[in-house]
Design a protein around this ligand. Structure first.
Ligand code: B12
Ligand code: SF4
Ligand code: SF4
Length: 391
């Protein structure tokens, strides 16, 4: 790995107990800088694009998060409300946490350049006529699994440097306002579409974090500047008007929410707005000028895999539970589940009136799940009536 491990005094996070008599704070700062450099080098060697360090403290945007919950913008994502208090401070996840280490991992995003239409200074997305899905899910493996594996040596590194400090890796699922801390650490700014954006890699990247009791954040990193300026492309292009205001997304109106997180039936009024999106949605990223000229190295293991198949409604409708398990156990589709994926595929097939999917839709009129039976009848009606707005 070419990275020397410096074993640092494991007590140095308590400045007052540091045994070095002269200028303790300066010494601590130097040691923290060495630790940061080692972690950064190590992370980059693992394939991460960038690393930032933020002091673990109450999240400045916690009041906005609470307001967002109070307004019902989390829709049915009860896990957010359940852990509301823990989001306040990373110590809600790791007691005594002093530093949040943030890391970015780029993936291959929908480029969008072919479909973005410029209307004067505005950017819109042209109609998408083929089924598609959120590009973060295109890899062969679930990014949670991949990232956790890549974080392990980093966590080990930190534990070697600070043996008495607890250290924990978190990927997506812990109650941490990841984008806020990433912004604090200088990794990027929060765009009007609520995505964290980085000048070099746009917004097509995963975020993950390591929480540690070691005090290594330093205080020299300025919060990343906002580079959205007067642009409103994402707000204008969202087909469902999901942005209650810039920087605030109402999940009740977001395709990504309906196709990935929502369980059970999708109301009839919502179905046409899914358009071609079988799983997730990238529109508010596709139109973003910062995503048009990205220069990111995508690690081999998370490059797009069998995209054609995953974009095909018939593929999803033809799967039985065993095949779904075999193909998708370690992918983001797994958490959504076969029935919800088939629900989405029925809706998208009807929205686009996909000829090849029609025989499969007919088979679903005899499915044991009543929601899917109802959807199949609705879809057949959509094909027949030809009144679909998306067409
Ligand atoms: C719940 C969730 C969702 C929900 C809600 C999304 C949302 N915008 O809140 C749904 C299902 C809709 C969703 C969709 C997607 N998600 Co998601 N999601 C999350 C999750 C688990 C929690 C986010 C959360 O807490 N939301 C609540 C809001 C209030 O918090 P926030 O988004 O951090 O917003 C902050 C700012 O808006 C700021 N703020 C509020 N008001 C104001 C006002 C101003 C002026 C400013 C400057 C800031 C500001 O304060 C907020 C709190 O810090 C995170 C992982 C995590 N632990 O953070 C992933 C995460 C945000 N998702 C991610 C991804 C990739 C997606 C999708 C692209 C997937 C897809 N292709 O469909 C879409 C993108 C949709 C979008 N535009 O956000 C990535 C984003 C990476 C990045 N570059 O930002 C994350 C970080 C997962 C990860 N670890 O990589 N997601
Ligand atoms: S993910 Fe799609 S539906 Fe959700 S806010 Fe972005 S553009 Fe709108
Ligand atoms: S599309 Fe424009 S406003 Fe939206 S996030 Fe990108 S730069 Fe910001």
């Amino acid at each position: 790995m070419g990275c020397t491990i410096v074993q640092i005094d494991d007590n140095f996070h308590h400045e007052e107990t540091n045994p070095i008599p002269l200028e303790p704070s300066k010494t601590v700062m130097i040691l923290a800088e060495i630790a940061r450099k080692q972690i950064e080098d190590f992370a980059k060697a693992q394939g991460f694009h960038s690393v930032g360090f933020a002091a673990s403290e109450e999240a400045r945007t916690y009041p906005q998060f609470c307001e967002w919950l109070d307004l019902g913008y989390a829709a049915s994502m009860g896990y957010l409300e359940k852990r509301r208090k823990a989001y306040q401070n990373p110590s809600g996840v790791l007691a005594g946490c002093r530093t949040v280490v943030l890391l970015t991992l780029p993936y291959q995003g929908h480029c969008g350049t072919n479909s973005v239409i410029k209307l004067g200074r505005k950017r819109r997305l042209g109609p998408l006529s083929n089924p598609t899905f959120g590009s973060y899910a295109a890899a062969k493996v679930d990014y949670h699994v991949w990232i956790r594996r890549k974080l392990k040596p980093l966590v080990r590194e930190l534990r070697t440097m600070f043996p008495r400090c607890m250290t924990r890796a978190v990927v997506d699922t812990a109650p941490i306002l990841e984008r806020h801390f990433a912004n604090q650490s200088g990794l990027g700014w929060i765009g009007k579409n609520t995505m964290l954006l980085n000048r070099q890699i746009g917004s097509y990247f995963f975020l993950c974090a390591i929480l540690t009791q070691a005090d290594i954040a330093g205080n020299q990193v300025p919060r990343a500047k906002d580079h959205c300026g007067t642009c409103t492309a994402c707000l204008d292009a969202c087909p469902t008007g999901a942005f209650a205001s810039p920087y605030v997304l109402d999940a009740n109106r977001c395709i990504s929410y309906w196709t990935i997180e929502h369980r059970g039936q999708i109301p009839q009024a919502v179905r046409p707005s899914l358009g071609p999106w079988i799983f997730g949605c990238d529109i508010c990223q596709m139109v973003c000028p910062w995503n048009q000229r990205i220069n990111a190295v995508i690690p081999e293991e998370i490059k797009p895999f069998e995209v054609q198949e995953k974009s095909d409604c018939s593929h999803w409708l033809s799967l039985d539970q065993d095949r779904f398990d075999n193909l998708y156990r370690d992918t983001p589709f797994w958490r959504t589940g076969l029935l919800s994926m088939q629900r989405n595929a029925l809706i998208v097939a009807a929205n686009l009136r996909e000829p090849s999917a029609f025989p499969w839709i007919q088979k679903f009129t005899n499915h044991p799940n009543q929601d899917l039976v109802e959807l199949a009848h609705w879809a057949i009606e959509e094909y027949r009536s030809g009144t679909n707005q998306e067409k």
